[in-house]
Design a protein around this ligand. Structure first.
Ligand code: HEC
Ligand code: HEC
Length: 171
């Protein structure tokens, strides 16, 4: 009898922890294992940087710093001349100013060893945008352009609002 109560307690504790972490917007793999990849909160700081806003929104939206860990931003900022097939080079002063802003406001809850260069390569991104949520042919629609084009479906993306209730997939 005692053993059963203990098992029940242990089970409840695990369940509570899981629910707690989920409500906390943590991400669990299909096997139920927490993989430590997490967006900081809020993903967009209240204090923005003008140089970042101007230079990093020339070809796409200025991605909120909290969507990647600091390691990712550091890697990305040291390879701007070969930036996903584009040349996004900046002066050394601008690059270091932007780098400081991005790393300071990077995800503060990313405990996984992963440090992808793309937001769209992160496990949390793939989980939130699985085939059921966004069918693979949807990404190729002219109005969508690609997974990197957050604002096509998330109207509040520019201000860091990705709430699922604001999602509208263009036809
Ligand atoms: C000259 C154009 C250009 C500029 C300027 C530019 N980027 Fe990009 N960026 C691109 C292209 C092209 C891609 C790849 C889009 C695709 O997948 O087709 C990209 C992709 C990205 C991605 C990955 C998106 C994903 O798929 O998850 C990040 C992160 C990113 N850029 C950050 C930045 C930052 C930070 C700056 C400012 C320092 C910047 N970019 C400035 C052209 C640019
Ligand atoms: C083709 C449309 C589309 C694009 C483009 C897109 N998303 Fe999403 N996103 C969705 C859908 C659909 C969901 C799931 C909504 C739901 O759970 O009901 C989602 C969910 C999310 C969530 C979770 C929201 C929540 O409340 O749990 C985040 C965060 C997110 N997207 C970020 C991004 C980022 C960052 C980008 C760009 C790098 C992006 N999305 C690009 C359609 C898109």
């Amino acid at each position: 009898m005692k053993k059963h109560i203990f098992k029940l307690l242990a089970f409840s504790l695990v369940a509570l922890l899981a629910i707690g972490a989920q409500a906390d917007d943590g991400f669990f793999s299909r096997e139920g294992k927490y993989n430590g990849e997490d967006r900081g909160k809020p993903v967009m700081p209240t204090q923005l940087n003008a140089t970042w806003k101007q230079e990093c929104s020339a070809c796409h939206m200025a991605f909120p710093p909290g969507l990647l860990p600091a390691t990712s931003w550091t890697k990305l900022m040291t390879g701007l001349d070969k930036h996903f097939g584009a040349d996004a080079s900046l002066s050394a002063a601008q690059a270091s100013e932007i780098s400081a802003f991005l790393t300071k406001n990077a995800s503060n809850r990313w405990t996984a060893k992963t440090a992808p260069l793309r937001i769209t390569e992160a496990a949390w991104f793939k989980a939130k945008h699985n085939e059921r949520e966004v069918a693979s042919n949807v990404w190729k629609r002219p109005a969508v352009k690609g997974p990197w084009n957050c604002s096509a479906c998330h109207a509040g993306a520019d201000s860091g609002d990705f709430n699922e209730h604001g999602v509208r997939i263009p036809k």
